[in-house]
Design a protein. Structure first.
Length: 148
């Protein structure tokens, strides 16, 4: 996963997400330098990023309200967050990269719902503006929406 960009080469639709940031240059450094995103179009008020083949857009906002959290398996999860479902080896490589970069995890890499339907590897980080980002990995695609 040295260059995690443009992964979706199948028929899965790509998503578009716009989110607020308080500093566009800081967002540029984080999304390109830490997460490896390629830059897209930009203006004085926003920047497009290629987020694993998906289009995300950082929009400048002077103030961003604090994000509430919800308790999941004893951990406070930001209720407003976005992220990706990665293959396990890509998830492990990203966890290693973020650890090596001394990124502060909101929730450190671990297995959630172990032994249950929907068991998943997960980790949460925040961008410099406080936006929650979750990276997950399931053993198989069949587990993504598994109930019991």
């Amino acid at each position: 996963m040295d260059n995690p960009l443009s992964i979706p080469k199948n028929n899965i639709p790509r998503f578009h997400l716009a989110f607020p940031v308080t500093d566009l240059e800081e967002a540029r450094r984080f999304y390109t330098g830490v997460l490896g995103c390629k830059l897209g179009r930009e203006s004085d008020n926003w920047i497009d990023f290629d987020f694993y083949g998906h289009q995300i857009v950082a929009h400048y906002n002077e103030v961003i309200p604090e994000c509430p959290t919800s308790l999941v398996e004893g951990k406070q999860v930001p209720t407003r967050h976005f992220g990706l479902l990665l293959r396990r080896d890509d998830w492990q490589q990203l966890a290693g990269r973020l650890t090596a970069l001394n990124i502060d995890f909101l929730i450190a890499p671990h297995i959630r719902f172990e032994g249950e339907a929907g068991e998943q590897a997960t980790m949460f980080i925040q961008d410099p503006s406080g936006n929650g980002i979750e990276f997950k990995s399931f053993a198989s695609d069949d587990d993504i929406f598994a109930t019991s």
